[in-house]
Design a protein around this ligand. Structure first.
Ligand SMILES: *[C@@H]1O[C@H](CO)[C@@H](O)[C@H](O)[C@H]1NC(C)=O
Length: 247
């Protein structure tokens, strides 16, 4: 008899999650997205909130600027956020770098770098993801993936396990319903005609297109129907490189 190696066995046991009316995502294969970071934040009002993020260097995580707070702890190697595993690496954030021109009221430049206290150990469950070069523009029609543990804030409970859903990159005019949508700085994500593909990802979670993180979950409609707005990463590539170089 053949014994399956343990990681493969876990993959086979991993099932489709057909939960809820809103989230029609699929539960990820555990640790199949090793760059995913779970952020525990004490916000400026002193409340505990959560966000998603992703590891781009061993000591830097990328997330949304609206996830800033008094203090942030990053946990890497997480599949079920309620079940601690040997794969977890918990790291303090020593410095938050929200984009200097971030405007909270209209969610413009909603991007932030987090410097970790130490370098994460690269393992099967923890690794980095590439980001695009400056001014690379990913075209509408591209199919991408969003992964996250659920929504930020107090209104709805998130998912305990990491979920993922396929999302289409839309033509910018589909996001005309958002008064402050800016095609040069943001991506319009999710087909409004698809009822079943709605996904409330954690703020700060990545949009992955062909294995490259092209966007960051920023905001959406109150009723959580698509489309939603993601911060583009490529226009900020030079700023990111500067911070990585100088810190
Ligand atoms: C990385 O591995 C070293 C050696 O096993 C350990 O001391 C350290 O705590 C690990 N770092 C993290 C972030 O888990």
């Amino acid at each position: 008899m053949h014994l399956l190696p343990l990681p493969l066995l876990l993959f086979l046991l991993c099932s489709r999650a057909q939960s809820g009316e809103i989230i029609e995502g699929t539960e990820c294969k555990p640790h199949s997205r090793p760059y995913m970071a779970y952020l525990e934040i004490v916000n400026f009002q002193g409340q505990l909130v959560t966000c998603g993020g992703f590891l781009i260097r061993q000591n830097f995580v990328l997330t949304a600027a609206h996830c800033a707070g008094r203090s942030i702890t990053v946990i890497l190697g997480v599949h079920n956020r309620k079940e601690k595993e040997d794969t977890w690496q918990k790291l303090q954030v020593v410095k938050q770098f929200p984009f200097p021109k971030y405007i909270h009221a209209i969610s413009r430049h909603d991007i932030m770098l987090l410097k970790l206290k130490e370098k994460a150990n690269l393992t099967l469950a923890v690794g980095t993801v590439p980001i695009p070069p400056s001014f690379y523009s990913v075209p509408p029609g591209t199919m991408c993936w969003v992964a996250g543990w659920g929504r930020t804030g107090v209104m709805k409970p998130g998912s305990d396990t990491l979920q993922e859903v396929k999302q289409r990159l839309m033509d910018p005019k589909v996001c005309n319903l958002f008064a402050n949508f800016d095609h040069n700085l943001q991506l319009c994500v999710g087909n409004p005609r698809k009822k079943n593909s709605v996904f409330e990802g954690d703020s700060g979670a990545p949009l992955l297109c062909a294995g490259v993180a092209q966007g960051i979950v920023s905001y959406g409609r109150k009723d959580a129907k698509p489309p939603s707005v993601f911060t583009r990463i490529s226009p900020y590539r030079r700023w990111i490189d500067e911070i990585l170089k100088n810190n």
